[in-house]
Design a protein around this ligand. Structure first.
Ligand code: FAD
Ligand code: 2HG
Ligand code: ZN
Length: 516
């Protein structure tokens, strides 16, 4: 048994944000599937009917060209818009003929007002890193991209309140406020491309949720444009405000079905001055949980992330991304991050914890790093699995909440069920949040494999009172399984709300709510 205190080799960090500008296609990831070979969604789902929306005409395009003057604001050329039609996973492809790139809330308002009057369906799109097919058209919806809504509006250093437009790239925001010793309460592998508006619309979780809680707490206010073009001002910067219904919460996690978020105020915590990351190996998932319990007790207030990967996930890094693990081979790996304000204190605590874990035999091997570049290297082992899986071909992706004790049984059951019909079944995720990422891959999309996975996976999760979407949302792919996690009365109220806010149903149709 040994603990290394240095990370022996450098790993590339492809998800590094491209800074100081917010033009943001997801180029940092390498997917092997060419866009044009992605099957059109309307072909893959032949029973799905296009809604009663108008067909885009020349007069519509001319209207938008007058509204959004300047180059690159109205895209109608097929080669320019194919990236906007296809999701990050290369599993959904729409047939939109128009992408609009507004710069101001007023422009968004004029766009939605026009689309509503004309009954043109709309898909809001941020960084297009969503994993449930929510950010791309299903048929020919107009894409409204927030790429140019990318201005930081203000920062109150004392309270840590950052106000910005919704198209700011998360990684850019992080870098911007680091100069003020602040940090963003949200962090995820797609930070180099995803927008804060997309994060809000999906209520993204990520690897800091354990420390800072969800966006329902960190978003102090927001501005959204409703489907009829009306601007909803809920742009509070107050920590406490109990005046009436908290309407902003409706938009957090609404996945573009109720309106377009155009700006937000984000509560940014103090940037921790001391961060350490440990990467540990252990023999079973039961041990992952035992160690978690000990970490909560012994690391307490400095514990900021507790993530796990199984052996099959680390094999993805090795085989598909040529990344090496800094420790030997083990059935399970744990990534623990501590963050605090006193390096000596935190290091002492972490070392005592690790020594206890090693001498008790719970941890079999490990490495600890404190240098920023090495911390990033270790994090990339965890954050790049999603990217590595794409190199296999097609990825069947599930993101579930389960009681922690049952968590890994789903992976075991799925592996047994699918056998050799898939390339691999991997399990990793946010243990501290009870959020498992279960992924299967095959060389190409297989309807047979799909029917072995669904509805089995959803029934399994429902049986243990879990959620079929912990953090990625329902989007297009999971909407018809909403009843596995929500009651009839809850879905019915959601439908009523949707109808009252968007009576013509133009906002992101075919997403979130089930087919009626
Ligand atoms: P998009 O993908 O463009 O859109 C997502 C949804 O939000 C769509 O339904 C879209 O219509 C809607 N939307 C976008 N912008 C707006 C807006 N301004 N107003 C209204 N609706 C809008 N998710 C997690 O929760 N945790 C993770 O740890 C995590 N890690 C990821 C790692 C990788 C490598 C990748 C590729 C994705 C990951 N995701 C994760 C999923 C994804 O990054 C998040 O869902 C992210 O919040 C989406 O932001 P986006 O700007 O890319 O939104
Ligand atoms: C993560 O936590 C993301 O890395 C992506 O939520 C998970 O791709 C996945 O399964
Ligand atoms: Zn995740």
């Amino acid at each position: 048994m040994r603990i290394h205190f240095l990370f022996p080799r450098a790993c590339s960090y492809l998800t590094k944000p491209r800074m100081r500008h917010a033009s943001n296609r997801c180029r940092s990831f390498h997917c092997t599937v060419p866009i044009r070979s992605v099957e059109l969604t309307k072909v893959r789902y032949p029973n799905l009917k296009r809604g009663p929306f108008s067909i885009l005409g020349d007069a519509d395009v001319q209207f938008f060209e007058r509204l959004l003057s300047g180059a690159g604001r109205v895209l109608a050329d097929a080669s320019e818009i194919e990236g906007y039609n296809t999701d990050w996973l290369k599993t959904c492809r729409g047939s939109s003929e128009l992408v609009l790139r507004p710069k101001t809330t007023e422009e968004v308002s004029a766009i939605l007002n026009y689309c509503n009057t004309r009954r043109l369906a709309v898909v809001p799109q941020g960084g297009n890193t969503g994993l449930v097919g929510g950010s791309v058209p299903v048929f020919d919806e107009v894409v409204v991209s927030t790429q140019l809504l990318n201005k930081i509006i203000s920062l109150d250093e004392l309270s840590g309140t950052l106000v910005c437009q919704s198209g700011c790239v998360l990684g850019y925001m992080e870098e911007y406020i680091a100069d003020y010793n602040l940090t963003i309460p949200l962090d995820l592998g797609a930070k180099g491309s995803c927008h804060i508006g997309g994060n809000i619309a999906t209520n993204a979780g990520g690897v800091r949720l354990l420390r800072y809680g969800s966006l329902h707490g960190s978003i102090l206010g927001l501005e959204a444009v409703l489907p009829n073009g009306e601007i909803l001002d809920c742009m509070s910067t107050l920590r406490k405000d109990n005046t009436g219904y908290d309407l902003k919460q409706l938009f957090i996690g609404s996945e573009g079905t109720l309106g377009i978020v155009t700006a937000a105020s984000v509560l940014c915590p103090q940037k921790p001055s001391a961060v350490s990351v440990a990467f540990l190996g252990c023999e079973s998932f039961a041990r992952v949980l035992d160690i978690y319990k000990e970490a909560k007790g012994m690391l307490a207030e400095i514990l900021s992330a507790y993530e796990f990967l199984d052996e099959a996930s680390v094999a993805v890094n090795k085989e598909n991304l040529r990344m090496a693990s800094p420790i030997g081979d083990f059935p399970f790996y744990i990534l623990i991050e501590t963050s605090g304000s006193n390096g000596d204190h935190d290091e002492e605590k972490l070392n005592t914890f690790l020594e206890t874990m090693m001498s008790s035999g719970l941890v079999l091997d490990g490495t600890v790093v404190t240098e920023t570049s090495k911390i990033k290297d270790i994090w990339s082992l965890r954050e790049r699995v999603a990217e590595g899986l794409l190199h296999d071909g097609y990825c069947y992706k599930y993101d579930v909440s389960l009681p922690q004790a049952k968590f890994y049984d789903l992976v075991v059951d799925m592996r047994e069920r699918l056998g050799t019909s898939v390339i691999r079944v991997v399990g990793y995720g946010h243990v501290g949040d009870g959020n498992l990422h279960l992924n299967m891959t095959s060389p190409t999309y297989s309807p047979e494999v799909m029917s072995d996975i669904e509805p089995f996976v959803y029934d399994w999760v429902s049986k243990y009172n879990g959620s079929i979407s912990a953090e990625h949302g329902l989007g297009f792919k999971k909407r018809n399984f909403i009843y596995h996690s929500k009651s009839k009365s809850a879905v019915s109220l959601m439908q009523q709300l949707k109808r009252s806010i968007d009576p013509n149903g133009i906002m992101n149709p075919y997403k979130v709510l089930p087919e009626e």
